[in-house]
Write a protein that binds this ligand. Structure first.
Ligand code: SF4
Ligand code: SF4
Length: 214
């Protein structure tokens, strides 16, 4: 799941022109689950735009913003999109880019994308994965220091942790404390004695370019 949050709407609205006609797009996957771009939020932002005297020609929560099929289906079912001059997209950056490419229209993001995470037992889990292209969570009892340690440390904690919290903020757990707890439960602290080589950061960038035929 891609984690995102709404931008400061007051600031976003300031940049909108009354010469434009808006179509609001939500995403029925991550953004809806996170309650930042589902039906309720799409209706709310549409309502606020109208309150400000701006013209809203329509809105839709599409099935999956990052899938071109969802967009094509929406276009075929909602001819009023042709009357819009600006799409306001309540989806992650991936969804916004996909809709921008597919529609060839002016597209504005309503959300800021912050990390890859998930929703579990009533909590949003932020920063579970940093898409490093070299997954090694099995070495760390299912946790990921690449994504969850602000320093990305692969070989133990930095020494700044106090009572299991990260030195950058007491609200934040030190992932290495969590790794220690998990290791203790398993009865093996091997993760602290074995040297883990650094990540090959070149794997993160596709030299072959960003397009790949499927
Ligand atoms: S090791 Fe890399 S791919 Fe695996 S969860 Fe962490 S950042 Fe993501
Ligand atoms: S306190 Fe823990 S999580 Fe925070 S920077 Fe240090 S090792 Fe990383």
């Amino acid at each position: 799941m891609i984690i995102s949050r709404q931008k400061d709407l007051a600031v976003l609205f300031e940049g909108l022109s009354s010469d434009d006609a808006f179509f609001v797009v939500g995403c029925g996957k991550c953004a809806e689950k996170l309650r930042v771009g589902g039906q309720r939020e799409v209706e709310e932002i549409s309502h606020r735009l109208v309150e400000r005297g701006l013209r809203v020609v329509g809105s839709r929560v599409i099935s999956t913003a990052c899938s071109i099929n969802s967009w094509e289906e929406t276009v075929s079912e909602m001819p009023e999109i042709d009357d819009a001059t600006v799409l306001l997209v309540m989806a992650c950056g991936n969804g916004v880019s996909m809709i921008s490419k597919a529609s060839q229209m002016k597209t504005l993001p309503v959300l800021d994308t912050t990390s890859i995470g998930g929703v579990c037992h009533g909590y949003i889990i932020h920063e579970q994965c940093a898409a490093c292209a070299e997954c090694n969570t099995h070495l760390y009892h299912g946790l990921c220091p690449t994504a969850q340690c602000p320093k990305g440390l692969q070989n133990g904690p930095c020494g700044g942790s106090i009572d299991g919290t990260c030195e950058i903020g007491i609200e934040r757990s030190c992932v290495w404390s969590q790794i220690y707890e998990e290791a203790e439960k398993c009865g093996s602290l091997k993760v602290f004695t074995k040297l883990h080589p650094p990540k090959d950061h070149s794997k993160k960038v596709r030299r072959e370019g960003i397009l790949e035929k499927i």
